[in-house]
Design a protein around this ligand. Structure first.
Ligand code: DGL
Length: 297
């Protein structure tokens, strides 16, 4: 699908992430905005779990996905670098004329969302607020575990978002840096992955959590293992599904949903050679990743 260029022409009216929107563009015919694609970016491949959830709930929309594969992982980098990379990704998608931007990367959402919104003229949706909302809804006891990359956990973004919704929640967090490379290697249900998951979840399990929030793009592929290690009493909540629902609600509220029937298209851009993205990406989203275009950084 060719990207549609030109200045976005949408106006925000409040946000699914609870922060309001920064849409400030000049008024234009709503029909123009409706037909534009939705932009999605991630540090690499993992955001395809968010895209998959978005396509499932918004099958008629066009999506442009950017994976910053040359520079992943973001989860081990400093806030300054994460913000800079996130802003560059945002600029690329805005130049494609997207009508709404989804920051699929948990690390970027945790560290750079405010900065992205400040400089972006279309509505921006992150994954933190929807994920936190879903976890609070799922938890009866208020004992909630959150796992993510080192930067996501260090930012405290999920903890703050959960506490805003449920001030007395007991939140137990754990960074799980090994899980991203394991998933990318396809280690999602073997003994090595199970041992890593058991190791990381030991303290959360001992804390008696009743809900585990998957605060990283890659973790939904390990859901079976999380269930096995934590047992049937712990609910597993992933921010990808919750984010897709929030984006869908927001598009409807802003009257930005694409009109007419038919299935939308997805196009993929990466910052490294596309082969690995296409090969590993199929594991995340299925055969829809047929090709990707490399962009220069
Ligand atoms: N996409 C990242 C996230 O959701 C995981 C991979 C990385 O560290 O870049 O936090």
């Amino acid at each position: 699908m060719a990207g549609r260029s030109g200045a976005p022409d949408v106006r925000g009216k409040g946000g699914a992430n609870g922060r309001g929107t920064r849409a400030r563009a000049a008024p234009a015919r709503a029909t123009d905005a409706r037909a534009r694609p939705i932009g999605v970016f991630d540090s690499g491949i993992g955001g395809l779990t968010v895209l998959k959830a978005l396509v499932a709930i918004l099958p008629g929309e066009d999506f442009i996905y950017l994976g910053d594969t040359a520079r992943l992982p973001y989860g081990t980098k400093s806030n300054e670098i994460i913000v800079r990379y996130s802003r560059e990704n945002t600029e690329f998608l805005l130049a494609k004329g997207v009508k709404l931007l989804v920051v699929a990367c948990n690390t970027s959402s945790a560290v750079a969302l405010d900065e992205i919104e400040r400089h972006t003229m279309v509505p921006v949706a992150g994954v933190i607020e929807p994920g936190a909302g879903a976890a609070v809804k799922a938890s009866r006891s208020g004992k909630i575990g959150v796992i993510g990359t080192e930067a996501t956990i260090a930012s405290g973004a999920y903890t703050r978002a959960i506490q805003r919704l449920r001030p007395r929640a007991e939140i137990y967090t754990r960074a799980c840096p090994l899980l991203v490379p394991l998933v990318e290697e396809g280690f999602v249900d073997n003994e090595i992955a199970e041992r890593a998951v058991a190791y990381y979840l030991e303290s959360l399990k001992a804390s008696g959590i009743d809900t585990l929030l998957l605060g990283c793009t890659h973790y939904p592929l390990l859901t079976g293992l999380f269930e096995r290690v934590l047992g049937p009493r712990v609910k597993i909540v992933d921010s990808a599904t919750a984010t897709a629902a929030a984006v869908s609600a927001r598009l409807a509220a802003l009257k930005l949903g694409r009109r007419g029937g038919g299935r939308g298209a997805q196009s993929f851009f990466v910052t490294e050679t596309p082969e690995r993205f296409v090969r590993v990406g199929r594991r995340f989203i299925g055969p829809r990743v047929e090709s990707a275009v490399r962009i220069e950084r």
